[in-house]
Design a protein around this ligand. Sequence first.
Ligand SMILES: N[C@@H](CCC(=O)N[C@@H](CS)C(=O)NCC(=O)O)C(=O)O
Length: 215
Amino acid sequence: MAAARFLLHHAPNSRSERILWALEEAGCGYDIHWHDLNTGTQKDPAYLAVNPAGKVPALEDRGPDGDWQGAIVLESQAICGYLADVVPEAGLAPLVGTPERALYATWLSVGGAVLEPAFADLAFPRAAPPPARALGWAPMGEVMERIERQLGKTAFIAGDRFSAADLMVGGLLQWAVGWGKVTPEAATRRYLASLDARPALARAKAKKLPPCQGG
Ligand SMILES: N[C@@H](CCC(=O)N[C@@H](CS)C(=O)NCC(=O)O)C(=O)O
């Protein structure tokens, strides 16, 4: 059987779960290379050639005809945006050249560049806080208010259609709420419930363990 177009380097309970979800939303063929962060397979020399940072996720694109080599996308935000662009039929991003693209581009970046570091600051407080104006993100409480305001206006984070921005923002929020670190307000709660009901997310969650462990 021919290999699927995409190969995801994935570890359970890690940031690569949102990429599993992205691939299910995109509805495209993919294989999984399972990593075990506890035994440290992400630091194997063969994987460091894929991602020198030794972290998951990494997405290899073998191309539409399976003959691409070395097309590797790193960083969750880049991977979500990349998949939305190369699988346009999945409708995970507004078309380039439309006004809807502005809000989408904003929230795709907020997910990775504002929400995620703000959450890291909340979960792992620093001994001495750095000067706020030197940081590119607001405290987590303010980021949650920004999200709540947006979700008071639109059903999804970047408009009334699900997009790759929801993978980044929603994916992180699911984690933060599940960990008990943040308490979402009404619009954010409704949003998270609507994400939970997505069949693609259920399919991604069903792949939590490699076949030899998960059946
Ligand atoms: N900025 C990266 C972060 C990836 C990342 O931190 N992955 C963690 C798992 S959640 C990892 O692989 N950690 C293993 C390690 O550092 O050894 C992204 O969003 O893709």
